[in-house]
Design a protein around this ligand. Structure first.
Ligand code: URA
Length: 194
């Protein structure tokens, strides 16, 4: 499989995804869908929720305030961002940074599924509760789903051999619900799998 070509196919489809309720706003704001970024041969794939304003302006995932926190967390375990793949479930910015809706997750989910098929990561580290729930369900781990406050930092083995590690969303640091040290502690788990 030519991974670059397969990823470009996804990009072309996303660019004309008129059935998405977020499409017209993307066009109106001259914004971009945020497909994902990083190595297509990554062992570790990070899956966030949806792009924020800066991400939609640039087409790059986690390049705003949450991205700065993510970069710090990666640096704390000396994990080079270029060696992992970073994406989101929802690829367009939800209006005013609201949470992604069920419909949006349903529309964009298959694009993430295809990305997982292309990259074939060993570890999927989810960032935040939406991606945790989506990925746990996708890998038949729904009975293990707990509130993210309980589930974060645990390692779940899926039948397909991929390990799922739900992590807190980096933005929780910005809302002061958790400290950087709390998140760094969870990130240490990834050290084993680098
Ligand atoms: N939050 C996310 O979940 N993803 C991004 O790309 C940026 C902020």
């Amino acid at each position: 499989m030519d991974k670059i070509k397969e990823m470009e196919k996804i990009e072309r489809k996303l660019l004309k995804l008129k059935k998405s309720p977020l499409y017209s706003e993307r066009i109106l704001n001259k914004a971009f869908p945020v497909i994902g970024e990083g190595s297509l041969d990554s062992k570790i794939m990070f899956v966030g929720e949806a792009p924020g304003k800066k991400e939609a302006q640039t087409g790059k995932p986690f390049c705003g305030a949450s991205g700065k926190v993510l970069d710090e967390l990666l640096a704390s375990i000396k994990l080079d961002r270029k060696k992992v793949y970073v994406t989101n479930i929802v690829k367009d910015r939800p209006t005013d940074n609201r949470d992604p809706s069920k419909e949006e997750i349903e529309i964009y989910g298959p694009f993430l599924d295809k990305q997982i098929e292309i990259i074939q990561p060993k570890i999927i580290a989810t960032l935040g509760r939406y991606s945790a729930e989506y990925i746990m369900k996708k890998f038949s781990l729904e009975e293990k789903i707990e509130p993210i406050g309980k589930m974060h930092g645990k390692v779940f083995q899926s039948k397909l051999g991929i390990k799922i590690i739900p992590l807190l969303h980096p933005a929780v640091v910005l809302y002061n619900s958790y400290s950087r040290d709390d998140l760094k502690l969870d990130f240490k788990i990834l050290n084993k799998f680098k």
